[in-house]
Ligand binder design. Sequence first.
Ligand code: ZN
Length: 131
Amino acid sequence: MSFSQGLIKMKENDDSRAKSTPIAMVAPELKQNTDDTEITKTCAVLGCEESKNIDSELFFRFPEDANLRQIWTDLTGRNNWTPTDYSYICVQHFSVDCFECNADNMVVLNSKAVPSLKLPKHVLEVIFLSV
Ligand SMILES: [Zn+2]
C-alpha cells in the first residue's frame, strides 16, 4: 500500500467513526462548555437505548403537575420508581402534536404532552386494556 493510499484508508476510517461516535467523544474539548447535567442526560423510558445518540436538547424534564408526572412515570414502564429533577424522557417518545413553539421560537413540549411512542411493550398493553 502506498503512502497516499494509506492516507485515504485512514480518512475513510475517520469518516465512519465520526458517524457512529457521539460528538462529545470525538471532540472532548467541546464538553467544557456544557454543564454536567447536559452530558449525563439519559432517557427514563425502560429499554430506551437509542437515547444515547440523541442531542441533550431533545430530552424533556418530567412535568411539574403531579397528575401528569404520574402518567409520565407510569409510561416509563418502571416499577417503584420516582422521577427526580434530573429525570428526562427523550424526544422519540412524543408525537408531533405534543410540540409547540415558545416565545423564543424554540420547540418545546406543550402542557398536555404525554409520551406515546416507543414505550415498553408491557406499558402499551396496559394502555390498550384500559381504553
Ligand atoms: Zn427515550
